[in-house]
Write a protein that binds this ligand. Structure first.
Ligand code: UDX
Length: 473
């Protein structure tokens, strides 16, 4: 049977940080660009199906989301290996399921769109004669590094890793040693190195690369990626900035946090969160708590029990003070912060919080979804990166876009003391805050425009849609 609309199959790798932007891309393709869309999500934990994110809106064209059942990889990989390697293996094991699902479809889909960890599936797209796209859920700068990675020679590697010099990426901002990717160029992690090389090559061979950024946010890097003289020589397909694709804030269910925010003055609250899985050490959690107290500012803090190798898990089940403050927070913390702060265990409605008028700053681990959600709401940040490409994101937010402040030492290189925490909160909420807020509001305006009909990101997706229509007919 012949399709009348192009049909895009999207593949999301495990983790909310990947799943959320892939779903947003699927929604835009179905609502604004005439696609039928099927999203496959590989979930390490089947409970993701209970997430409200699984509820998709009514769209003019079919928009379906399907779970590829979790695959147990414990027999295939040492679970102490890097998360990247585990994700790559998980995605590889899911391939036969994806293949079977595509082959069972009534009519042949037009295009396969995978994220960073799903690039091995592009071979399946070739097999079914589909167009093959990669969706980078992070920055164009990160894309540039990834496609350049297989071409980094020994001398450049030595200078960066051993001599701690910046790593040059043609046409782009260099990466300082202290901002480099987590475990990047680590010679002891051969699995990671070979996975990253392969991913870089597979992305370079895709028919197109979609990136969750926009033209005005990264003009030079996007130019470098297009330019024959720079990275254009290694990238076969066009690069399409399609962002910022973020979950819209909705206020469907009643929330204690939002009710509390409703009672606070405009731009008076700082929101603190470390993404879908970020945790701090016991000492750092305590210093952060003291720093928030010292700052005297209002806050909402999404707290997870800290992780330390040398502390027993039982420690975290204990509440050690009369007011219910858990053992890993300073004694009596809940009493002292009454009326001024709110602690939310584990997970909060982040997009709703950041869109609230009482929010004046975001203390963030700089996961790219969080960074985008902050920018689309015009909220300045304290950049507190933890892992993956977050150091790079923090460098870009603080030094290039000037919408964030950073601590003097890197959070993964030691504990940041309470005085510095308090100072950074004050800089965002008081002193430097207005300048950064103005810049963030400018970004908010441009972010709103690019996704409207005729905007640059809207046009990028229209071009992808045209390519798919040509393939269809
Ligand atoms: C990681 C990377 O760090 C990120 O840069 C990469 O692009 C994807 O993988 P993660 O740590 O999950 O992402 O952070 P982030 O990219 O910020 O995504 C977290 C998402 O979960 C955001 O959309 C955020 O709104 C949501 N979230 C998180 C909540 O809704 N509530 C919470 O309490 C925490």
């Amino acid at each position: 049977m012949q399709n009348t609309n192009p049909h895009a199959v999207l593949l999301a790798s495990p983790g909310m940080g990947h799943f959320i932007p892939v779903v947003e891309l699927g929604k835009r393709l179905a609502i604004h660009h005439g696609f039928d869309v099927t999203i496959f999500v590989v979930a390490a934990d089947a409970s993701i199906t209970k997430s409200p994110l699984f509820k998709l809106p009514q769209t003019p064209n079919p928009l379906n989301l399907m779970l590829l059942p979790p695959v147990d990889i414990s027999a295939l990989v040492d679970l102490t290996t890097s998360v990247v390697t585990q994700l790559v293996i998980m995605m590889r094991e899911a391939l036969p399921l994806l293949r079977a699902a595509i082959s069972a479809m009534k009519s042949q889909p037009t295009a396969l769109i995978v994220d960073l960890f799903g690039t091995e599936a592009l071979a399946t797209a070739e097999e079914f004669d589909m167009l093959k796209y990669v969706f980078i859920t992070s920055t164009a700068w990160f894309l540039a590094v990834t496609v350049h990675f297989p071409h980094i020679d020994e001398e450049a590697e030595h200078k960066h890793r051993v001599m701690k010099r910046p790593l040059d990426i043609p046409g782009c901002r260099s990466i300082r040693y202290e901002d480099t990717l987590d475990r990047f160029l680590d010679p002891t992690d051969r699995n990671l190195n070979s996975s990253f090389t392969r991913v870089g090559m597979e992305i370079s061979n895709a028919d197109g690369i979609l990136v969750n950024t926009w033209q005005d946010l990264e003009p030079l890097t996007l130019l470098a990626l297009e330019n024959e003289k720079f990275l254009g020589r290694v990238v076969k397909g066009l690069v399409y900035p399609v962002g910022p694709l973020v979950r819209p804030a909705g206020r469907s269910s009643k929330s204690e946090v939002i009710d509390w925010l409703d009672m606070q003055p405009m731009e008076s609250v700082i929101y603190i969160s470390f993404g879908s899985g970020g945790t701090l050490s016991v000492k750092q959690t305590s210093e952060l708590a003291w720093g928030l107290e010292l700052s005297q500012h209002r806050f909402i803090w999404v707290v997870r029990p800290p992780v330390d190798d040398d502390v027993s898990a039982n420690f975290f089940n204990v509440t050690n003070s009369h007011d219910g403050t858990p053992s890993y927070l300073p004694d009596g913390f809940y009493t002292r912060i009454q009326n001024r702060g709110m602690v939310v265990p584990m997970w909060a409605p982040q997009t709703e919080i950041l869109a609230h008028q009482s929010i004046g700053g975001f203390f963030s681990h700089c996961g790219w979804n969080s960074a985008l959600e902050s920018m689309v709401n015009g909220v300045p940040m304290v950049a507190w990166p933890l892992y993956a490409e977050q150091q790079m994101n923090a460098a870009m937010l603080a030094e290039e876009l000037e919408v964030a402040v950073r601590p003097k030492i890197r959070p993964n290189n030691g504990v940041i003391g309470r005085e510095e925490v308090a100072e950074m909160v004050r800089r965002v909420m008081e002193l430097k805050g207005n300048e950064m807020r103005d810049k963030a509001k400018e970004l908010q305006r441009s972010a709103n425009q690019v996704l409207m009909q005729g905007g640059s990101s809207y046009n990028s997706l229209s071009r992808v849609s045209k390519e798919c229509e040509l393939k269809l007919h």
